[in-house]
Design a protein around this ligand. Structure first.
Ligand code: ARG
Length: 471
């Protein structure tokens, strides 16, 4: 059956001409016909499309716009189409541009001309945003669920590593000792914010586009509050022109994906550094490394590099959408068709990235000995010494800072760690100190002294882990 015949089934006008060919006489047989469609992409919306169409015709019946018999026929046809698609028996035709036209076309095949009542008081412009918002509602929830798994994996690792001490870094230079669990819990905070971001997006998906038709609304007495309720929206959108051209909810989603990808990329990068032969702070087990084709000794952190790399792809998608919208006049334009491809790609990618990150989190271990070894270098307890002088000698912090710097210079000159200095050496610079000061150089003491809320003391971390576990 040629395209013209297929389209012809969909309906005839008064003069018995097919609706589609009433004005457009020539069939487009050019490249655009091939690439201008979106079927391969928006097939994914078939469930939402059918659900929304069923609610739409039920509303048309309640409002006495179509009769009971027609409504039932259409609902029957739509349910059958849904089953055909699920059972892979549906024959898609990419000449029919998108999923919406494919379903409508099949409905004509199944129930004849009465199928044409389905498009009363609606346009593909509102149809497509309705389906898309419904799909995104599920997508936001699904990503939030995947992030939850990440949070759980982090919690598990943190629980086992409360007393694992490592150097905390600023500028990638040893700064102050921290608990490895505290470090992991920093990522938990980030992913928790990501989860909230995806959940908050549900708010911007609350308004129902269905019924604004092409851009003006409709002269039929439809009930948009009914369809809103039935489709799980809180209320109808308020301006028909805005509704068909708004893709803010898409930007929200893509931004959320990008922010989450940033966090994934940061932890990936950090693990790559720590796994390097220079740092050796963590080990990746064989499940999450790959070999080299030439260097037999290699175990490369490819999955981590993949995670870091894919973040750029995610930003690209956000920027594609922003660029599409920038300068786009009201209301609907073909440009907007790309929104779905961009979103589906970001969704699939982020989901994969989260799953891979979860694999990494389950298959790495900290090298506790090496962490301590590194933490013992770089005068990492210098700040503890300054704090000690403030407390014990009642010095202003700036004075204590200067005295500490002098003591570090001495240690450096004598090629000693701070903990290797004798009290006599220290007294050469600061007379007021007794041998009691030497305890501040102990890493564990240092970590445990950070009892301020949110600090790295073991007790703080244990409480934090517990409170997240309860959630
Ligand atoms: N395939 C189109 C899309 O995905 C459907 C909307 C078409 N509307 C229109 N006026 N051409 O955006």
């Amino acid at each position: 059956m040629c395209i013209r015949d297929r389209l012809n089934i969909m309906g005839k006008n008064k003069n018995n001409q097919p609706i589609w060919n009433t004005r457009i006489k020539k069939e487009t047989k050019n490249l655009f016909k091939k690439v201008g469609g979106s079927l391969e992409i928006d097939k994914r919306l078939f469930r939402e499309d059918i659900e929304a169409s069923i609610v739409h015709v039920e509303m048309l019946f309640r409002q006495k716009i179509i009769n009971f018999k027609i409504k039932n026929k259409i609902v029957w046809g739509l349910n059958r189409i849904k089953n055909e698609i699920i059972k892979k028996k549906f024959i898609f035709d990419d000449k029919l541009e998108d999923i919406h036209m494919n379903i409508e076309h099949r409905l004509f095949e199944l129930i004849g001309e009465e199928a044409g009542y389905i498009h009363t008081a609606r346009s593909r412009n509102d149809q497509v945003v309705t389906d898309f918002k419904m799909w995104l509602r599920k997508a936001n929830k699904e990503i939030a669920k995947n992030i939850d798994a990440t949070i759980k994996n982090i919690l598990k690792k943190a629980e086992k590593n409360v007393e694992t001490i490592m150097p905390g870094f600023t500028h990638l230079k040893n700064a102050q000792p921290v608990s490895f669990a505290h470090y992991l819990m920093a990522y938990l905070e980030m992913f928790n914010r990501d989860k909230k971001r995806f959940k908050n997006n549900l708010e911007s998906l609350n308004e129902n586009p269905l019924g604004v038709a092409a851009l003006t609304g409709t002269s039929f007495k439809i009930d948009r509050f009914y369809t809103s309720k039935k489709l799980g929206f809180h209320r109808p959108t308020k301006n028909s022109i805005d509704t068909v051209s708004d893709r803010d909810f898409v930007i929200d989603f893509l931004y959320s994906c990008s922010a989450c990808a940033v966090h994934i990329s940061r932890i990936a990068e950090e693990f790559i550094i720590w796994n390097s032969d220079a740092f050796k702070l963590i080990n990746l087990n064989d499940k999450i490394v790959t070999g080299s084709s030439i260097m037999p000794q290699k175990k490369n952190p490819d999955p981590l590099e993949y995670l870091r790399g894919k973040t750029g792809f995610m930003f690209g998608n956000l920027f594609s959408m922003l660029t599409t919208l920038k300068g786009l006049p009201l209301s609907y334009f073909k440009d907007l068709q790309d929104d779905k491809e961009i979103v589906f790609k970001s969704f699939d990618q982020l989901k994969n990235s989260l799953i891979i990150l979860n694999d990494v989190l389950k298959n790495f271990s900290p090298d506790k000995k090496r962490m301590i070894e590194l933490a013992e270098s770089g005068y990492i307890t210098a700040t503890d010494l300054a704090d000690y002088m403030v407390r014990e000698l009642n010095y202003p912090f700036r004075k204590a800072y200067l005295q500490t710097a002098k003591i570090i210079n001495l240690a450096e000159k004598n090629k000693k760690k701070l903990s290797e200095l004798t009290i006599q050496e220290i007294n050469k610079i600061e007379k007021g100190l007794t041998s009691d000061v030497l305890k501040v150089f102990e890493l564990k003491k240092s970590v445990n002294s950070k009892v301020s809320y949110g600090g790295t003391s073991f007790d703080n971390i244990k409480k934090m882990i517990l409170s997240y576990k309860k959630k």
